[in-house]
Design a protein around this ligand. Sequence first.
Ligand code: ZN
Length: 296
Amino acid sequence: MESLPDDEKLVVQELRSSLLLYADTEKWQQSNEFLLSGYREPSGSVIGSVKSICQLHNETVNIYSHLIGGLVFALLPIYFRFVYDPSATDLLVVAIYTSGVAICFFLSALYHILDNHSHAVSAFFNQLDYIGIVVLMWGASVPTIYYGFLCDMRLRLVYWGVMTFAASCCAVVTFLPCFGTPRFRAYRAGVYASLGLTGLVFVIHGLVLLGWETQNRRMALTWMVGMALVNLAGAVVFATRIPERWVPYRFDIVGCSHQIFHVAVMIAACLHFVGVLSAFWGTRGGSCDAGQMAIN
Ligand SMILES: [Zn+2]
């Protein structure tokens, strides 16, 4: 607080009058010890929590970033349908991906809205927030497998089945009562990393079968690498609590690590969407002959 300029001190004091400091929050509200102010009081009611989206607090940016992002991804199939004139199957696989992203973002926004309701409600919606990540990862694999194994229905079915099984396992584990406890933090990371690694298996298999040039066109691997790097950067910021650990109070309302993580996830989702579009273009008009695809 001492390190802030006078005008920013005034803003902090203003926020403090209606909101809580970290030290004054309930134990269950404390997940980031570097986020020192801007907390809402426990509402105990859904309406109370929903009303708080009209107020400025340390969840406002988290709520609106994913509400707007969710809306954009929910509408993207309409854009794809009318601008790209796809077949019904192309539209379906792209819509599965964009719907997965929209579901993930809406569940995330819902969690951030209801985070101040009560311990039980916050914990439940935190689990749903994790389920959203599973839905997003599963949905992202659907068009990649579809275009990646364009001439091999058997491999498509195998990998769609494997991803569906792995995602279902993740979802079941997420709802175990012990899942959210700090003791299971490492297992939690391991479960989600294994779903990501399952995705890596079909990418490598495709590369072994058809080589980089073909698979880069069909799976948009360059875009996928970009998506993975942006996600990784977001995860590093999220885990290290940068920048709020460096300047107390300054980033409590705008600019903290969780908000940067949200933006990184949105950029990564856009990169994957562009990748899916390029896979759609890269395979359009081709025909399969004896299991191999000829691009006209
Ligand atoms: Zn979040």
